[in-house]
Write a protein that binds this ligand. Structure first.
Ligand code: BGC
Length: 760
């Protein structure tokens, strides 16, 4: 579907400014200059070799050009020996380089592919520390180099819209601003190693239920304010070399072949100069893929193997199908060659795709005799980064009367819950990682305590499909809990192990959404029995999203969210529980009390339009996550941005310096406790009077400050024009409506410590 005014956003800065001044005089909504001007758009870096690239394209035959546009095996594509162009190697994924799949998905025996397993992306988001985004990306880039990969298929940055999305663990947040801040560092970290990041999945891929055929519709405002800003930041500020198109349809057209998303917005408005890769099997049509923005088609071999593609479209060639490889049958293979031969007007489109691929190849040191950086694998430094991200990403949700940190003088600790003794690295789908090692929570506690305490373990539940509470296991757990001084309950969700049938035992996995928001395997019953048996219990949750804790959270003294914390996760959990690390993670999404409270279900149509499983209208619109809970006055279980510390912070008075269309906020934050710690100072903006309905408040700046006991620091937060804008459907642009604004600064979206009003 094409946009009526695709070029509005391409207006030069001067013209937009002129409009802005005129608007101010009349006190009307005003368009404001873009934060990223053409000069600061990081995409420009991709253009430096265009002269050489154009010369190279001149030397290619039509057949050679087309051979660049599609996979030649499971994860590799292109390659023209005659011209010294190597094939391009991709690999998942978002939190570690995936084990070798082989050229035919059958794996590679004896591969050196057990590497660093980083905490999942929502753990990274919970650190609210962009510097860790960079460190995280550097590990991935370095290990990708070592493994001979040119493109890492990550980060995943789709908006966390529903608690049930099976892939939430691969994503960052419900908030576009937090996503934008975290993704830029990640991308730079990967790409500074000479490896391309591939930001996925563009766009509106917010659920796994019917991910291959759901048609998503949403307002233009929701698209612009909620679902696109992370991708835009990835492109313009992160300088992403590649993006991955998603499986779903968007407003009636497959996202990967969607002219509006790919041509008008991504390559047009945002000036993306890199390469659009399809998701594995997301291309459906030769003409549309050629014309509408897909540059490299991957994974159609899978669709062909499972016979889910339209054979007549994919095999338009006159060559007998039997002698053509799966790869010749791709939409951008023989069929594209024929189409271009018939219609030479398509050649410039073909050249544009080849040019984009070659730009990325130059940027990743693949051409002109440049050498790949050697990369390193499984270094102590990489493991230390995995540990650091886990330690900063773990969120202390509840801590009654300072129950935590636990004292190391404790004599017996009961560890309850099968999650305590389970490895998760290989689970979840394409994001699987073969970890060099994985410290489970149980092992982490043993490492922390050595011989100083007795640790007893009781699984309490069995991880298996449809597993209900097991009275015998519960009885054992109760006995174990009763005999101990302190109980560490480790539960929550799990990843599936078995890639071929991961939906069988997985609650956080690709291809399936979760059935509900509860802890599986009868844990609600178990955890209540354990807390009753021993009130000195801390509950540690693993999982890739919010969990319904309402039945028992009132009974437990402390609650810790540890996500999937990577290869060093068990150590990180122990460090937090015993106070070697003061927790500083903050929730990157809201925990609703009940699933029914979440806006995708309350206002929206998740998982589909009633009566039509293939349609989905985002009626929740811009009211995603806390934007809904705050505006509609629904109390969450745990608010967006929430996370406790073992120390306390005092927020000084705000000083706000308004500019014409911006503001600078300054305040002093002091550590008033006895422990060093870090606080994430969060600034939300409220527009009390607007022509359109705006959220109660929106996150527009934050900073993580590290403070010794008694120490104070001055925090300065910049609120540029975008902080105050909304997307105006009538004029198809972001506007700033002059008038009163309020800035709210606090420790979470629901723990506001200071506010200030001012006029713009
Ligand atoms: C996933 C992508 C992944 C690709 C390759 C697809 O099924 O959606 O995220 O990168 O497979 O493994």
């Amino acid at each position: 579907m094409s946009h009526p005014f695709p070029f509005t956003a391409l207006l030069g800065t001067a013209l937009v400014c002129a409009t802005a001044t005129a608007g101010l005089a009349q006190n009307k909504p005003t368009a404001t200059p873009k934060a990223t001007t053409a000069a600061s758009n990081k995409q420009a870096a991709l253009l430096v070799n265009d002269a050489k690239i154009n010369a190279l394209i001149q030397k290619m035959t039509l057949e050679e050009k087309v051979s660049m546009l599609h996979a030649n095996s499971a994860f590799a594509a292109g390659g023209i020996k005659r011209l010294g162009i190597p094939e391009i190697m991709t690999s998942d994924g978002p939190h570690g380089v995936r084990p070798e799949q082989g050229r035919d998905w059958k794996g590679v025996k004896n591969a050196n592919d057990a590497g660093t397993y980083m905490p999942t992306n929502n753990t990274l988001a919970s650190t609210w520390n962009p510097a860790l985004g960079y460190a995280y990306g550097s590990v991935l880039g370095s290990e990708a180099n070592f493994r001979g990969k040119d493109i890492i298929l990550g980060p995943g940055i789709n908006i966390i819209r529903t608690p049930l999305n099976g892939r939430n663990f691969e994503y960052l947040s419900e908030d576009p601003f937090l996503i934008s801040k975290m993704v830029v560092g990640y991308i730079k970290g990967v790409q500074d190693q000479g490896v391309a990041a591939s930001v996925k999945h563009f766009a509106a891929n917010n659920q796994e239920a019917h991910r291959n055929d759901v048609d998503v519709t949403m307002s233009e405002r929701a698209l612009r304010e909620i679902y696109l800003p992370g991708f835009k930041a990835a492109v313009q500020q992160g300088g992403a070399y590649t993006l991955m198109g998603s499986y779903n349809k968007f407003r009636g057209t497959w996202a990967t072949e969607n002219a509006y998303l790919m041509n008008d917005i991504l390559k047009g408005e945002w000036g993306f100069k890199g390469l659009v890769i399809s998701d594995w099997g997301s291309v459906h049509d030769t003409q549309k893929a050629l014309r509408n923005g897909t540059d490299l088609e991957m994974g159609t071999d899978l669709a062909l193997m499972y016979k889910s593609v339209d054979q007549s479209a994919a095999t338009a060639s006159t060559a007998p199908t039997a002698v053509r490889s799966l790869y010749d049958q791709f939409f951008l293979a023989d069929a594209a060659l024929e189409a271009i031969k018939k219609d030479p007007k398509l050649v410039p489109l073909l050249d544009d795709k080849v040019r984009r691929i070659l730009r990325v190849m130059y940027a990743t040191n693949m051409l002109d005799g440049a050498k790949r950086q050697p990369g390193t694998y499984n270094t102590k430094e990489h493991q230390a980064t995995a540990l650091k991200v886990a330690e900063e990403g773990i969120v202390l949700l509840k801590n009654e009367a300072g129950f935590l940190p636990l004292k190391k003088t404790v004599k017996t600790i009961a560890v309850i819950g099968a999650n305590a003794d389970r490895e998760n690295a290989m689970g979840g789908g394409s994001a699987q990682v073969k970890a060099k090692y994985e410290i489970t929570p149980l092992q982490g506690l043993k490492n922390a305590l050595g011989n100083t305490a007795t640790i007893t373990y009781s699984p309490g539940y069995k991880i298996a499909r449809d597993q209900k509470a097991d009275p015998q296991l519960i009885a054992q757990a109760i006995a174990t809990a009763k005999a101990a001084d302190v109980v560490v309950y480790v539960g929550g969700s799990t990843h599936g192990y078995d890639y071929s049938k991961w939906s069988d035992n997985a609650y956080d996995a690709e291809g399936v959404d979760k059935p509900d928001m509860n802890m599986p395997f009868g844990q609600d019953e178990l955890v209540q029995a354990v807390v009753k048996a021993n009130s000195n219990t801390v509950v540690v949750l693993l999982g890739g999203g919010p969990i319904d804790v309402s039945a028992w959270v009132g009974q437990t003294k402390a609650l810790v969210e540890a996500w999937y914390p990577g290869m060093e996760g068990g150590n990180a959990i122990a460090h937090v529980l015993f106070g070697d690390v003061n927790p500083s993670g903050k929730l990157p999404f809201t925990f609703p009390v009940k699933l029914e409270d979440s806006p995708a279900l309350k206002l929206g149509e998740y998982p589909s339009t009633p009566g039509d499983p293939l349609k989905q209208t985002y009626k929740d619109d811009i009211f995603v996550g806390y934007r809904y809970f705050d505006t509609y006055k629904v109390a969450p279980q745990f608010a967006f941005g929430h996370g406790l510390s073992y120390t306390t912070f005092e927020y000084g008075k705000l000083s706000v310096k308004p500019g014409t269309q911006s503001a600078t906020v300054t305040l002093t934050v002091r550590n008033t406790g006895k422990t060093a710690g870090a606080e994430v100072v969060q600034a939300y903006v409220k527009d009390p009077q607007a022509r359109v309905k705006r959220p109660e408040k929106e996150l527009k700046a934050f900073e993580k400050v590290f403070l010794k006991p008694g120490e104070a620091k001055t925090v300065t937060l910049q609120l540029p024009a975008e902080s105050f804008q909304y997307y105006d459907e009538a004029t198809k642009q972001f506007v700033l409506e002059p008038g009163q604004f309020e800035v709210l600064v606090g420790s979470s979206s629901r723990d506001i410590r200071q506010t200030s009003n001012f006029k713009l």
